[in-house]
Write a protein that binds this ligand. Structure first.
Ligand SMILES: [Zn+2]
Length: 198
């Protein structure tokens, strides 16, 4: 006995989500099947809306439904300070710690040569262009402290060095392999305040 094709299709879609196995995917699909029509329609339309109306900010590369994003458009923020993070989640984590009032640059990944992720696969060119166009005094490298995040920070430091900007790396103070999104706000605050010039 097989599930009807539309149910199978939904199970397959759920199974592609991170951390969702076949069993959970089946449970979620059956939940949708048993729930009311309004919920299913709202769920479907929110999935579509996130792809239709959210793009990348042309300055900092963050996900945004407006361009420039609210952070880049905020006159109260110091655009000469650019905090470089591996992904959107890390930016949101730093943002949750209210102390930072500069701008961001989201790489959308870390360099990982063994996985085929080179400089052209992440938003590195855009960062270099931003630094080269002047107006940036400090680049804060806030990529993770795992091997890939560290290698990415070292690589970026090397390519932006000629542009005469201060390059800093946030202080680790957390076990090796920790990602920024999992740091609690006070650790993140200390990591930001304890950043060192490299
Ligand atoms: Zn932006």
């Amino acid at each position: 006995m097989q599930y009807a094709e539309p149910i199978n299709r939904l199970i397959k879609s759920f199974a592609k989500l991170p951390g969702i196995g076949e069993k959970t995917a089946t449970r979620l699909a059956l939940f949708v099947l048993n729930t009311n029509r309004e919920y299913a329609e709202e769920f479907a339309s929110s999935l579509k809306a996130v792809k239709d109306s959210v793009g990348l900010c042309s300055r900092c590369m963050t996900f945004s439904d407006v361009d420039p994003c609210v952070i880049c458009a905020d006159a109260g923020r110091d655009k000469s300070q650019v905090c470089v993070v591996s992904d959107y989640k890390d930016m949101m984590a730093i943002e949750a710690f209210a102390g930072y009032r500069g701008a961001y640059h989201i790489l959308h990944g870390n360099l990982a040569p063994l996985k085929g992720v080179g400089p052209d696969e992440i938003k590195l060119k855009e960062l270099v262009e931003r630094v080269a166009s002047n107006g940036v005094n400090e680049v804060i490298l806030a990529t993770g402290f795992d091997a890939e995040g560290d290698a990415t920070a070292t690589y970026i430091a090397g390519i932006i060095k000629p542009y005469n900007v201060t390059i800093t790396r946030i202080a680790s103070g957390v076990p090796v392999g920790s990602f920024i999104e999992y740091m609690d706000p006070s650790t993140l605050g200390r990591a930001m305040e304890g950043r060192r010039t490299i």
